[in-house]
Design a protein around this ligand. Structure first.
Ligand SMILES: Cc1cc2nc3c(=O)[nH]c(=O)nc-3n(C[C@H](O)[C@H](O)[C@H](O)COP(=O)(O)OP(=O)(O)OC[C@H]3O[C@@H](n4cnc5c(N)ncnc54)[C@H](O)[C@@H]3O)c2cc1C
Length: 554
């Protein structure tokens, strides 16, 4: 079957159709395919373009749940952090996190030390079957002198010391999502971007299929299945299918700033000193280093009326800046420092437009047939990027149980993803550097493994055939021309924005410079047979996705 062969798709019957290609849909497709089920995944735009593109990139180990003594969530987070470090060791790495302690009842060093020792015990298996190069060290505390040596700027807070722990960071969440999709595909799943699902087909209160539109040809197709899993987040159309007693889901707008300054060598959690208009107390924010820049967040605001275009308002942006600048005396971030604003909708507790929205604390998997809806429809609302795989495992268990299907046990917590079978991480990097060093600089080899894992070998094969592909894309020192060839041939790329935002990670910080955009547009145009108008349309769409405020000056 060709890459976008909808005609053949129509002749098949799928065990499961997954709607929505964010992290929840991507993990769902991989979970189903890896357990031997036939599955089709449809995403209305590009994989990972929506809420999942906005993550703070933290893979949480659940230390925060200690405060609420929510041990179930803590353990789930420990397991899922471990899973991601195991299955995608090139994309997920440990990161040190720290917060200043004070001489108060709950935040003094003794209390924090006791709590962190408890966390160390509760996460006893956090490094099970993880490569030593990706181990999560113990949490603990440090004295004031050590804090001063490590981060002199924190001295201004007159803290008594700091508590530190380790989480993980997914430095390229877009490629992580794509790795789940490509893994599902390599296991036989049919995965389509630019394919919105329009309608659910039902007969006698049972799901019979979906109508999907090929967004490139505008033709519609009927796809047969007995089970549809809706992973469309705030865009779910099918809540109306279920009993009124289930309230219409409510969402909060979550916002992060990407700032072109690098503040600290590790992630630091700080409290704001100004209360926000819609928050009842000071707020804790994270400043996490990310590719020589900083990610700051997360703020929560009531959402706009439409989920179609989620963005932050000028007022919200002012509030974010004011609060970010109140984190530390001397912190000076102005609008010119912001290179991107991430905003997405997350499930919240109850509609309340005056108070700060409170996020739901666990993912929801709803079997519509249990709420007077059609048999075979399942609705999934996720909360955290971190725990998407675990939710996928539970959902597929439930669907198989309802279908009366016996399938093999889940193995997605240990099976390496597409590009993730590095074996031992440090020796892998060393051996590839040694092997390819006569053809490519070490910096470029490291970059390729960091982003493509074992697919470095496929990319190097292009460079071996044509050495010019080993050069940087004009205008950057971050992406090789060979990467463009690789993603175009293997990763379901349709538009220039797909390339720059979600395949080669060049557009996520700020708008690439004109030279780079022109080169990439020309490169894609030639291979995808775009005429001049189509090429221009792609460039204009890319540029329009950067609000004027955030356009880079180069
Ligand atoms: C600012 C911010 C920071 C965050 N930080 C973190 C963090 O550090 N760590 C963490 O663990 N989590 C974090 N999260 C939470 C995490 O990002 C979300 O829980 C997760 O991305 C939700 O994924 P999803 O797949 O449910 O939604 P989405 O990514 O929105 O996917 C839904 C998809 O469905 C598609 N779709 C809609 N309708 C249709 C249709 N009819 N047919 C086909 N496709 C359709 C959409 O195009 C979309 O791609 C953060 C979230 C935000 C907003």
């Amino acid at each position: 079957m060709g890459l976008r062969d909808f005609d053949t798709l129509q002749t098949k019957h799928f065990d499961i159709v997954v709607v929505g290609g964010g992290i929840y849909g991507a993990t769902m497709a991989w979970e189903a395919a890896s357990r031997g089920l036939s599955v089709a995944l449809f995403e209305k735009q590009d994989f990972g373009h929506a809420t999942s593109a906005n993550s703070l990139k933290m893979i949480h180990g659940g230390i925060r749940y200690l405060q609420q003594l929510d041990l179930k969530r803590l353990r789930e987070s420990v397991r899922e952090r471990r899973t991601l470090l195991r299955i995608a060791p090139h994309l997920v790495t440990p990161i040190q996190c720290l917060f200043p302690t004070q001489n108060t009842l709950t935040e003094n060093r003794v209390t924090v030390e006791a709590a962190f020792q408890l966390y160390n015990c509760l996460s006893w298996d956090r490094n099970q079957e993880i490569d030593p190069g990706r181990h999560i060290p113990c949490a603990g505390t440090m004295n004031r002198k050590k804090v001063r040596e490590m981060i002199p700027a924190l001295e201004k807070l007159h803290c008594s010391g700091a508590g530190y722990w380790y989480d993980a960071q997914a430095h390229n969440t877009e490629r992580l999502i794509l790795s789940f999709v490509c893994s599902a595909r390599s296991e036989g799943a049919s995965t389509f971007n630019y394919a919105p699902v329009k309608t659910l087909l039902k007969k006698d209160a049972k799901v019979k299929g979906v109508v999907v539109c090929d967004g490139l040809s505008n033709k519609s197709y009927e796809i047969q299945t007995d089970s549809v899993i809706d992973c469309t987040g705030p865009w779910s159309k099918w809540h109306s299918e279920i009993n009124d007693k289930i309230a219409k889901p409510v969402f909060a707008k979550a916002v992060n700033l990407v700032v072109k300054k690098s503040f600290f060598p590790c992630a630091v959690a700080l409290k704001t000193r100004h209360k926000s208009e819609n928050a009842s107390s000071s707020r804790q924010l994270f400043i996490a280093p990310w590719k020589n820049q900083s990610l700051i967040g997360t703020w929560y605001f009531p959402p706009e009326d439409s989920a179609e275009h989620v963005s932050s308002t000028e007022r919200e942006l002012d509030e974010c800046l004011q609060q970010a600048n109140s984190l530390l005396p001397g912190m000076k971030i102005d609008r010119g420092d912001i290179t991107a604003v991430h905003a997405g909708l997350l499930p919240a507790e109850a509609e309340n437009h005056t108070a700060e929205p409170r996020l739901k604390n666990k993912a929801h998997i709803v079997d519509a047939s249990k709420q007077s809806g059609p048999q075979g429809l399942f609705l999934v609302q996720g909360i955290k990027f971190t725990t998407a795989r675990a939710v996928a495992e539970s959902t597929i268990d439930l669907v198989c149980h309802r279908q009366g299907k016996r399938v093999k046990k889940s193995e997605t917590d240990s099976r390496p993803l597409y590009g993730g079978k590095l074996g031992q991480v440090a020796p892998y990097y060393q051996s590839k550097k040694k092997y390819y060093s006569d053809r490519l600089e070490v910096k470029k080899i490291t970059h390729l493994i960091d982003n493509y894992g074992t697919n470095i070998d496929v990319i190097m094969a292009y460079i071996e055939q044509d050495a010019s592909l080993g050069q940087w894309v004009p205008g950057t020192t971050e992406v090789l021309i060979a990467e463009l060839v690789f993603v175009l041939e293997h990763e379901m790329l349709v538009t220039l924005s797909d390339l720059l935002f979600r395949r080669i990670d060049l557009g996520a910080f700020a708008m690439p410079n004109q030279k780079t955009i022109a080169f990439c547009a020309d490169f894609l145009g030639k291979r995808l047979h775009w005429d001049e108008d189509k090429q221009l349309e792609n460039i204009n769409t890319l540029i329009a996705s950067y609000p004027p405020l955030h356009q880079s000056s180069h």
